[in-house]
Design a protein around this ligand. Sequence first.
Ligand code: HDE
Length: 756
Amino acid sequence: TDHLAEGMPFNPNKRGEHGFDNGVQPQPGATVEPQSRLPTASTLSEENQTEKTGGVAADGVNWTIESLDRVRVDSAGQVLTTNQGVPIAENQNSLKYGLRGPALLEDFILREKITHFDHERIPERIVHARGSGAHGYFECTEALTDITRAAPFQKVGKVTPVFVRFSTVQGERGSKDTARDVRGFAVKFYTDEGNWDLVGNNMPVFFIQDAMKFPDLVHAVKPEPHHGMPQAASAHDTFWDFVSLMPESTHMLMWAMSDRGIPRSYATMQGFGVHTFRMVNVEGDAVFVKFHWNPVYGTHSLVWDEAVKISGADPDYHRRDLWERIESGAFPEWELGIQVFTEEQAEAFSFDVLDPTKIVPEELVPLRTVGRLVLSRNPDNFFAETEQVAFCAAHIVPGLDFSNDPLLAGRIHSYVDTQISRLGGPNFHEIPINSPVAPVHNNQRDGMHRQAIHRGRVSYEPNSLGGGCPFQAGAMHGFMSVPARIQAKEEQGKVRAKPEKFADHYAQATLFYESQTPVEQAHIAAAFRFELSKVTVPAIRERMVSSLRNASEALAAQVAAGLGMQELPPPMPRALDNPAPPEVTHSVALSLRARPGDRSIKARKVAILVADGIVGQAAKDVHAALFSQGAVPRFVGPHIGSVKTSDGVAIDADASLENEPGFLFDALVLPDGDAGVQALSRDGHTMEFIRDQHRHCKPILVMPASQALMEAAHVPLTLPSGEVDPGIVQGHDLKAFVVAMARHRHHERETDPPLP
Ligand code: HDE
């Protein structure tokens, strides 16, 4: 109002118009600095308090926060207006002729409101429609100047802001989080030299070798076209029909059917760039590189029965988990590992590094940890940020380059193309979440929804009227493709075919399966059994088992038995009879057990059951102890609200047995106090709660009076073998309970089928 009073229009939301001095009115006649995107002192993250938590983001500079400030809108204390800024006097009634008369066409306020509403939705992503994102930063921990000139890797301590989106693949935007599926792991680095999108998955290989097959794969896995089922599931005929006819998908199927397909949290899964990329140094020398994200919290998964139940009680399970971790300050974090190898090394490998159905085993080329990724801030608006973010495999920066992976080649085209229809035109790079922090200058003009107001009359190059600007950066500064020689043999010419090593479809499927622990192997067999049992056409089930025989006879036999097959079908004929012997036949790194993480109990959700008559102090003590170690303990009772404890200690239940069932928690504490235990045992929810916790192999602390609860739920205190169950801690031994929790799950308790 001060500005208006002085007769000068000024919109504090558009500080960019007047430079960075927010709130300072431009003086009449003063030259206004064009908006700069360089960081100012105020972008230091020490001042990056999040409004929701009041917490301070971890060290580092986050330029995106500054660059997005110019578009953030906060309506607190503001008058309601139309999109033209016209104040609206009344927002309850449309304009009518008389109290009971017809609504009037001239009501531009109603028409604007309804018209905007009619267009609120945009098309969902054709794949990866359901996702969740967060802001954060990448910090370089090892300078890579010897192999790349890419900005994020130039100096130890260099911080690059990022936006990351995780997703499922098959389900639609409103589907559940805990489907058995691949997860997307897409990272947008806002580097000093433009945006780099590392659009990866939580599995290091893919179903197909060539982009030509991608629409077929997606059509096969998506809900079947006649009836639109199933949602967020691959367990149906068309998917298994397709993959059983595509033996190249066998390796990826192993990953997808493993526990990787049902992660516990986005924060506890790995990420991979999948394709082989290149890094290029200032001299122009190139090496091959593979990208790995390894979670500091370790790799942890759900069990299938749990995933199914969660999808009913909380379809937003992973979204909520990501949001809550960040709000509570338990920032998800990953290390970036790279595998670096030369083209000559690659030629000697038994597999082709251009084949995206193959990994480079870590035993062959070890991982180098070169940085860390921290997610420290939730978006302000889901649509504006998470929905409108546009990742493109084509977005790379100087110092990086593609390889000739034929799947990657198709992706380089696909992503920009899809954004044009999804986001409504070619200017999607101007949507705030997508706009780079590096300055953008070129002669592209116009198009739908253009934001930039280009000055001058020059929009071509070469020009003299604009002093030749914007000018070419030259080889020292600009992006340069690696002048890699194409290794096509003269006589090959243009071909539609694959190199020979692509034809080995099984060696690495075998490697993966053989490298799993017995528990993981059992889960893979159970997942194949479940998925194929949903297939209605017997010939498809048989074809899949016949293909599996080439990867593992043991696995194929178990799956066949689980499907009630009388005898094994003959193995599928192989494309390549004598593939080159693999360098590595057992890779510890492929098991989830290889990365237990920091072994803390941070962010773990623990239910402490309470009811009238329990011993309040004991429950409070456990709560305090778990909280102090970073866990998220919650009192769960027959109803929310106050609990009358036997010792008069005040406890408020913040969840009920009905609204937060047992499978939503990582661990369980059963209380002391006979009266309270009796009250709990009268509630069927309690029994289900305990049985699910036990069945899903979770740690349980059983205080003395609650032995009776365990008995009432028919849950044994020992393992099926009769030995002590290390996941069940009796008494008040909190230390032992925390140790049991650090192990996450106690699979030695597991039986298939589960105990009655
Ligand atoms: Fe994607 N993929 N993809 N993909 N992909 C899309 O882009 C595509 C592939 C991946 O959070 C789409 O914006 C083709 C591999 C992620 O917004 C689309 C091929 C990998 C995401 C597309 C592949 C991925 C996508 C859909 C084979 C792992 C979500 C909407 C040639 C390395 C990104 C969109 C986000 C999204 C095309 C294969 C990862 C249609 C043509 C391999 C994480 O452009």
